[in-house]
Design a binder for this molecule. Structure first.
Ligand code: ARG
Length: 289
């Protein structure tokens, strides 16, 4: 059956970080409540270990290769490796974080991208420009371009730097709802050209930019309830979409486009405003083919 999916035989490669020191100990987005995390004691920490291991196993089972960054005490959000850098064609543009709570992750990710991932070039952003990595800058393999979230975390000006550095188009999308503060919380570009997104997360101009480039039949718009389960925060490769949870309706809409949907619960990470996509960084995206 022709599905319109690219015929890729290469094994996808990811960077992840075990949740040894993962916790919600500060609040830098509306999902994070350190008091309620502390009140639930060790249960959430144990759930995080179980859920992360299940995601890791599911990706391996689907044929992925996974490199791991060593966890570090006092860096609870290091598990969200999607925020390490933007990676394309073996090159990495390192992130600069907005909040002081995450700044010490920058050198840890820089080391990991060079030592573990073996990326050729690791660049930094000019001046004090903020850009929070692939979590806020999504590679669209079908269109051969990046989509970059801006406003709550990344600076709009970073889109030009990304476009110059990787020599591809980078479309900046302004995020308008504090609960959807990184682009990957509300947007997922599938290799078929279909896009899963939560329209209300975007400014009117950003919604217009999406609708200009993505045909109506390619748009899978989420309701708020679906977006709040972080169903857009999905990892897609080959014929598979891995996410924490989704409604039956959404599953059917994705399956009819030739994908299988693998739901592996990641509720302990939602407490920090993250899910499947945030916990992974794709290392092998290529601009050609
Ligand atoms: N607590 C982290 C933060 O607020 C969650 C990051 C989630 N990562 C992502 N790519 N959306 O920065």
């Amino acid at each position: 059956m022709a599905t319109g999916l690219p015929d890729s035989t290469a094994r996808p490669r990811f960077l992840m970080c075990r949740p040894q020191y993962y916790a919600v100990s500060y609040s830098i987005n509306p999902w994070m409540d350190p008091q309620s995390w502390a009140a639930e004691g060790s249960d959430l920490g144990e759930a995080a270990h179980r859920e992360w291991a299940a995601l890791h196993a599911a990706l391996l089972d689907k044929g992925a290769t996974i490199e791991c960054v060593d966890p570090k005490p006092d860096l609870p959000d290091l598990v969200f490796t999607a925020n390490a850098a933007i990676v394309l064609d073996g090159k990495a543009l390192l992130s600069r974080f907005r909040h002081p709570e995450r700044k010490s992750e920058e050198p840890v990710f820089a080391d990991a991208l060079q030592a573990q991932a073996g990326l050729d070039v690791v660049e930094t952003l000019p001046g004090d420009m903020i850009q929070e990595g692939a979590g806020d800058c999504i590679w669209d393999a079908h269109r051969g371009q990046f989509w970059m979230g801006c406003g709550p975390r990344s600076d709009r000006a970073a889109a030009n730097v990304v476009a110059d550095y990787f020599a591809v188009e980078c479309v900046a999308l302004e995020l308008a709802d504090p609960s959807f503060y990184h682009l990957d919380t509300a947007f997922c570009a599938l290799p078929t050209g279909d896009v899963i997104y939560y329209p209300q997360a975007f400014s009117t101009a950003a919604r217009g930019a999406i609708e200009e480039r993505v045909a109506p039949t390619q748009r899978i718009a989420l309701e708020r309830g679906e977006a709040s389960q972080f169903s857009a925060n999905a990892v897609s490769f080959e014929h598979c979409l891995v996410l924490s949870s989704c409604t039956d309706t959404l599953r059917a809409r994705i399956e009819e486009r030739g994908f299988t949907v693998l739901a592996t619960p990641l509720h302990a990470f939602l407490k920090s405003g993250g899910s499947a996509c945030c916990l992974t960084l794709r290392l092998d995206h290529r601009s050609e083919g």
